[in-house]
Design a protein around this ligand. Structure first.
Ligand code: GLY
Ligand code: MN
Ligand code: MN
Length: 499
């Protein structure tokens, strides 16, 4: 359920009886026309079928999660749990405190037949305008948050039955002692606690729930065709944000605290093109690029430095891109910057080349990191041979690239994170998977092992790769990577001309 907000009696003016009578009169009736199903409705049905087949006898409970207090009486903008969005097809801000329940149903041959599951979405439908909620509820009232769905409207959007959240508990409790119940634990603490109470003393609840969590995560490893298209669109929207940043680089230099300017320009386009940024933008100029999750973004953007911009637009469907470009702020790389950049690019290309159906996820990292180690050795920084560094007992090269090369990408920027190791890190790449390939080399200004002229240079190049039947598709290829092409792309943008 949503976090509790504090009561603020000093700010609430009581409503008079006259107001209460007056406020509910003379409103146009709600339209009888039902909305079209959400775009992903048919795909979401297939995803529910896949989970149903894995747990034929279980009542499966997948909450959306509630509103989270940001501070005092102000909430964060709402975002549903990714598994809920995946199984319902609902995106953006739908639907705080909703719960999807998949109820096992008997097949034609009785309880052991393949009956599948009946989905029901429990949520808080909009109250009639005669209800105080209409004007007095800052979280759910139409006067505060806009028009919300009725039961019929939500059912039309999702393509399956909906019921009021007030009926959820009866459903959860029904035959609870003879029904296996599995709940997605991390979505809504109150629902989890209630399910635990109902199951008390029955089965190995945490094991049941762990299996569900893993299955929901692994269900997203291979994207369906609609999801692949969302990822293409997320990358295209992100490219627009990057172009806007490059066009405004001279302004970011002029204004001071330019990293914030960069973050703001990208954020503007993320909100305009999609729902939001898929994760906090990393706008890291100069030595800040060597802090992997630099999101403070309060530094200057200076001519002669590099800007590492790691940013992604999350669409209204909640699918996000995750792209990094390392840009020369003046528009031209210095020879030292180019040397590091080209090494990272070679490593990235080796990773992309290895991202083939049938290869393993870890093959991609192995290919990229071998190139990184080769250059670190060539530049005299590795205390051992590249082979020794790359061996299990070595790892010295990791001082300059401590992160992995890839992760799955989708509704979550680090998608499918609960998948089992054998299906993730040791897993085989399959058509429909989307991964990043994002090697980097990070030379902190204070690193005495780095040749002096390279200190303070940090480079990462990150692209989003769809594994296809016969190779891969670089979803983010609209943004150039080759250093000459990158400079040629930047120049007209920085002069204020269209690319
Ligand atoms: N932007 C986070 C990452 O690249 O994984
Ligand atoms: Mn990434
Ligand atoms: Mn990234």
């Amino acid at each position: 359920m949503s976090d509790e907000q504090p009561k603020l009696p000093n700010r609430q003016t009581p409503f008079s009886e006259a107001f209460k009578e007056f406020i509910c009169t003379d409103w146009e009736p709600y339209s009888d026309e039902l909305p079209a199903p959400v775009e992903a409705a048919a795909f979401a049905a297939q995803r529910r079928d896949a989970i149903s087949a894995l747990f034929p006898d279980a009542r499966i409970v997948v909450p959306a999660g509630g509103l989270k207090v940001r501070s005092n009486d102000t909430d964060f903008r709402y975002r549903p749990h990714s598994a809920f969005a995946h199984l319902t097809g609902l995106g953006t801000d739908r639907e705080p405190d909703a719960v999807l329940v998949l109820e096992p149903v008997d097949g034609p041959d009785g309880p052991d037949g393949p009956g599948g599951h009946e989905p029901t979405l429990y949520f808080k439908p909009r109250a009639p305008r005669t209800d105080q909620e209409f004007y007095a509820d800052a979280r759910y009232g139409e006067m505060w948050v806009g028009q919300r769905e009725s039961l019929d409207e939500m059912a039309a959007l999702c393509g399956f039955a909906c019921a009021p959240i007030s009926q959820l508990d009866d459903h959860l409790a029904k035959n609870a002692d003879s029904t296996q119940i599995r709940v997605l634990r991390d979505a809504d603490a109150a629902i989890t606690a209630r399910v635990d109470e109902l199951r008390a003393g029955t089965e190995q609840a945490s094991e049941l729930d762990d299996e569900l969590q893993v299955a929901l995560s692994e269900l997203r490893l291979v994207k369906d065709s609609w999801e692949a298209e969302q990822m293409r669109k997320a990358c295209a929207a992100t490219a627009i944000g990057f172009e806007a940043v490059v066009a405004d680089l001279p302004e970011a230099v002029k204004r001071g605290r330019g990293e914030r300017w960069v973050e703001g320009i990208f954020g503007l386009h993320a909100r305009h093109q999609g729902n939001a940024v898929g994760y906090d933008t990393i706008a890291a100029a100069g030595d800040h690029a060597n802090t992997l999750h630099w999101i403070g973004n309060d530094g200057d953007v200076k001519d002669g430095d590099l800007l590492l911009l790691d940013a992604g637009v999350e669409l209204d469907s909640l699918y996000t891109a995750d792209i990094t470009r390392t840009l020369p702020i003046s528009g031209r790389f210095t020879p030292d910057q180019r040397k590091v950049y080209e090494a990272v690019l070679e490593a990235q290309q080796a990773g992309i080349d290895a991202a083939q159906p049938g290869a393993t996820f870890s093959d991609v990292h192995a290919a990229a990191i071998a190139v990184v180690a080769k250059y670190l050795h060539e530049w005299g920084m590795l205390p051992v041979t590249p082979e020794e560094s790359l061996s299990e007992n070595g790892g010295q090269h990791r001082r300059w690239m401590v992160h992995g090369t890839s992760h799955h990408l989708g509704i979550d920027v680090h998608d499918c994170a609960q998948a089992r190791t054998e299906n993730y890190r040791q897993g085989v790449l399959k058509p429909g998977m989307v991964i990043t390939v994002e090697p980097g080399i990070y030379f902190r200004a204070t690193d005495l092992l780095v040749p002096e002229e390279l200190r303070g240079i940090g480079v990462r190049i990150e692209d989003d790769i769809l594994i296809t039947e016969d190779g891969n598709e670089i979803l983010s290829s609209a943004l150039p990577r080759d250093p000459d092409e990158l400079e040629a792309w930047m120049a007209p943008l920085m002069r204020g001309e269209q690319a």
